[in-house]
Design a binder for this molecule. Structure first.
Ligand code: UDP
Length: 359
């Protein structure tokens, strides 16, 4: 199929570049870049104040407004919430108004409104769902969309998709990464790494336990979403175990992350994908993770890392010697084969073409 004109709608969690959108920020860059390389023309709706991705865009609409609260920090029965002056309705007002110029609209936000709007759009509206089940209102609207427009939904992993009531077998896209932005590091230091939003669903406390038992420092990168939680984790292990490195842009993050001997990934929720797992692999860093959600599908046991039973820090600790012995270059190569922009772009394009053809 010839190049498509596509309108991509970003996350309404806030301006890009500060980590407010979590993994979706990097997903957005990979979506734009991989589709651009395949000859599609991209336009973007995004929060004003965003650091815009480097991919050439036909047009970008920078919308002002109040960020959307995150679903994952609300009770499961929470009603749909849209703040006054919200970014979310602005984004979708814009998409509704501009849709006629495009072959498809692609939604990257995990929000009720765009899913509910699917039947109202004349242009096919496709949703890349970025989390597992975190609330009943979202479960319902995802199930309803899956029923009526199955071709217009895609997920990152099978574990994530299994959270939802789907009538057809789901489209799985995994995720994509520009490996040229990650340098291979063959010479690690005796330290462990952990990357993620510092929030309870990410289970930093378990990684801290492993580092304390190993008597290696745990270097931690990410946005402190929950400062009280961060302080409690730090207090749970001997002083100096955790080294806070802050939230860094990809260029700096990958340089520092590459120095780690092993990265730990300890999700307490059904992690939809786990961008940071692939980012570590891209630097040559083996990953030892709980067998829970996306990371368990990303890690190839004995090749790119190891998985261990969830919620047992001692099981992670036991895997460290084997992980330290893995071939770091082979880790990067395998990750690139599966999650490079080329492989991701092919999956993404096939999905959008299918959605456009069946709409
Ligand atoms: N991240 C970053 N700098 C940091 C720490 C994290 O850019 O210092 C990014 C990381 O690249 C990843 C995202 O934060 O894309 C976290 O995404 P992930 O899929 O692991 O989890 P989520 O936050 O979406 O639950």
């Amino acid at each position: 199929m010839a190049g498509l004109k596509l309108l991509v709608v970003s996350t309404p969690m806030g301006p890009l570049g500060q980590g407010l959108g979590g993994g979706v920020e990097l997903t957005l860059e990979a979506v734009l870049e991989s589709l651009h390389r395949r000859g599609h023309a991209l336009s973007l709706v995004v929060a004003s104040g965003s650091q815009l991705p480097g991919t050439p865009l036909q047009q970008s609409w920078l919308e002002p407004g109040v960020p959307q609260p995150s679903w994952q920090h609300q009770p499961r029965q929470a009603p749909i919430e849209i703040p006054a002056d919200g970014l979310l309705p602005r984004f979708w007002q814009r998409a509704l108004a501009e849709q006629q110029q495009f072959d498809a609209v692609l939604n990257l936000g995990y929000d009720w409104l765009p899913l509910w709007l699917t039947p109202q759009f004349q242009t096919p509206l496709c949703h890349l769902v970025s989390m597992g089940s975190v609330g009943e209102a979202m479960d319902q609207v995802i199930a309803a969309t899956a029923q009526q427009f199955p071709a217009q939904l895609a997920f990152h992993t099978a574990s994530q998709a299994a959270d939802f009531h789907l009538s057809a077998s789901p489209t799985l896209l995994a995720n994509g990464f520009d490996f040229s932005r990650y340098s291979f590091n063959p010479d690690p230091q005796p330290c462990l790494g952990w990357v993620g939003r510092i929030a309870p669903e990410k289970g930093l406390e378990d990684a801290a336990q492993v580092a304390a038992a190993k008597q290696w420092p745990l270097r931690v990168w990410g946005l402190k979403e929950n400062a009280a939680y961060a302080a409690a984790v730090e207090a749970s292990v001997p002083a100096g175990t955790i080294e806070w490195r802050g939230f860094l842009p990809t260029e700096q993050l990958q340089r520092e992350l590459g120095q780690c001997a092993v990265m730990l990934n300890t999700p307490k929720w059904n992690e939809a994908f786990g961008n940071v797992v692939v980012e570590a692999m891209a630097c040559g860093v083996p990953v030892v993770a709980y067998r829970r959600g996306g990371p368990a599908e990303l890690i190839e046991d004995g090749l790119t890392g190891f998985v261990a039973p969830p919620d047992q820090p001692e099981a992670l600790l036991q895997q460290l010697p084997a992980a330290l012995a893995l071939d770091r270059l082979a880790i990067r190569r395998q990750a690139e084969r599966r999650f490079g922009l080329e492989a991701f772009g092919a999956r993404l394009e096939a999905w959008i073409n299918q959605a456009v053809a069946t709409a």
